[in-house]
Design a protein around this ligand. Structure first.
Ligand SMILES: Nc1ncnc2c1ncn2[C@@H]1O[C@H](COP(=O)(O)OP(=O)(O)OP(=O)(O)O)[C@@H](O)[C@H]1O
Ligand SMILES: [Mg+2]
Length: 309
C-alpha cells in the first residue's frame, strides 16, 4: 500500500468538472444520480469516476504502453508514474510494470522490498505472474522491480526458450483485468526491451532539451523500426517532449525541430520543467493534489493516451 493519502489517488470534482465542461455542482449532482448515493467529499473514487464517465459516453482503451529511451534521465519513470496515476483517477484500471532494475517506479509507489517476486521469477518459472502483482490503491496495481532483475537480460539471451515472448506471453494471462498496462524500462537497447517492444501496442519515447537528445531518439527509432520488421509487429510510436524550459532557447529550438522532424509522431501535449516534480516524489504528495504547472501537462498527455481529448 502506498504512503499517499487516499485523496491523493482521486480526482477532484472541480478537475473533473473542468474537463467535462460542467460546474462542480452539476458534476456532484450527476454523480449522486448515477451512483445513487450522497457525495460528501470534494473528490471522487476511481470506480465512481469510471461509472460516471461510462455514463457520459467515454470508453476506456485497452492497451499496453511502454516508455522507452536509451538515454537516461529523460523522465521515463516520472512520465509512467504520473500518466498512470492520472489515468486511474479518470477511472481507468491500471497495471504498472517496473522492468528497470533501478526500481525507481517501485520506490515512488512505496514498494521497496527486495524479497518480493519480480519479472525474473516469472521468466525462470519460479512464480506465476499473478503472484507478482501488488495492490497499490484502488485501480492501481504494480509488478515491482528490484536488483534481482539485473540478470534478466543475460537469462533471456542464454535461454533456449522463446525469449522474445517473455513479456507478452505471461501478460496475456492477466491483461483482461486492466485498461492500461504501463511498462517502465531501463535506459538501454537490450533483449529485455526488445521483449517489451514485442508486448507493446504503443511506445512512448520521451526526449528532453539537450543537444544529444536527438541522437538518442534517432538511434532508438531506428532500432524500433528493425524490431518491427524482424518480428512483424504493429505497434505505434509517440514522442513526448519533457522538461521544456520556456526561459531557455535550446528548449524552443529543440521543440521546434521535433515538430518539424516528427510531426505525426509527436504527442500534442508536452511537459514543462518544474521543481515540483522532484518535490512531489520526495514529499510523498501526488503532483495532482497541488497547483504545479506540470499537473496540467500530465493531465493533458494522460487524456491523450486515454483518447479523452
Ligand atoms: N518535468 C520535470 N521537471 C523537472 N525535473 C524533472 C521533470 N521530470 C523529471 N524530472 C527529474 O529528472 C530526473 C530524471 O527523471 P526520471 O527518473 O523520471 O528519468 P528516467 O528517464 O526514468 O531516468 P532513468 O533513465 O535513469 O531511468 C529525476 O530527478 C526527476 O525528478
Ligand atoms: Mg527511470
Amino acid at each position: 500500500m502506498s504512503s499517499l493519502a487516499q485523496q491523493e489517488f482521486c480526482i477532484s470534482i472541480s478537475d473533473l468538472a473542468a474537463f467535462l465542461k460542467f460546474t462542480p455542482a452539476e458534476i456532484k449532482q450527476k454523480a449522486e444520480k448515477v451512483l445513487d448515493k450522497k457525495i460528501k467529499s470534494t473528490w471522487l473514487l476511481p470506480e465512481d469516476v469510471r461509472i460516471l464517465m461510462l455514463n457520459e459516453g467515454y470508453n476506456y482503451p485497452k492497451k499496453v504502453i511502454s516508455i522507452q529511451m536509451l538515454k537516461g534521465g529523460v523522465a521515463k519513470t516520472t512520465s509512467v508514474l504520473n500518466m498512470g496515476l492520472r489515468a486511474a483517477m479518470y477511472g481507468a484500471r491500471v497495471l504498472f510494470i517496473d522492468l528497470d532494475q533501478q526500481a525507481n517506479l517501485s520506490f515512488a509507489l512505496g514498494v521497496e522490498d527486495e524479497n518480493l517476486p519480480v519479472w525474473i521469477d516469472i521468466v525462470e518459472k519460479k512464480k506465476k505472474i499473478e503472484e507478482c502483482v501488488r495492490f497499490i490503491e484502488p485501480h492501481v496495481d504494480l509488478i515491482p522491480s528490484s536488483l534481482n532483475n539485473s540478470v534478466l537480460d543475460r537469462v533471456l539471451i542464454n535461454s533456449n526458450r522463446n525469449w522474445a515472448q517473455s513479456v507478452k506471453a505471461p501478460l496475456e494471462k492477466i491483461q483482461h483485468r486492466y485498461d492500461l498496462i504501463l511498462i517502465d524500462t531501463a535506459p538501454a537497447l537490450s533483449a529485455t526491451n526488445t521483449a517489451v517492444t514485442i508486448a507493446s501496442d504503443e511506445i512512448i519515447l520521451p526526449v528532453n532539451p539537450d543537444k544529444f537528445a536527438f541522437n538518442g531518439l534517432r538511434k532508438n527509432l531506428s532500432e524500433l523500426q528493425d524490431i518491427k520488421k524482424d518480428f512483424e509487429l504493429d505497434f505505434s510510436k509517440k514522442i513526448l517532449f519533457t522538461k521544456f524550459d520556456g526561459r531557455e532557447n535550446t528548449s524552443h529550438e529543440l521543440l521546434q525541430q521535433c515538430i518539424e522532424s516528427f510531426e505525426g509522431e509527436l504527442m500534442q501535449g508536452y511537459i514543462r520543467t518544474s521543481a515540483d516534480v522532484k518535490n512531489s516524489v520526495r514529499s510523498g504528495k501526488s503532483l495532482f493534489s497541488g497547483k504545479s504547472p506540470v499537473k496540467s501537462d500530465y493531465d493533458l498527455v494522460t487524456r491523450e493516451i486515454l483518447g479523452f481529448c
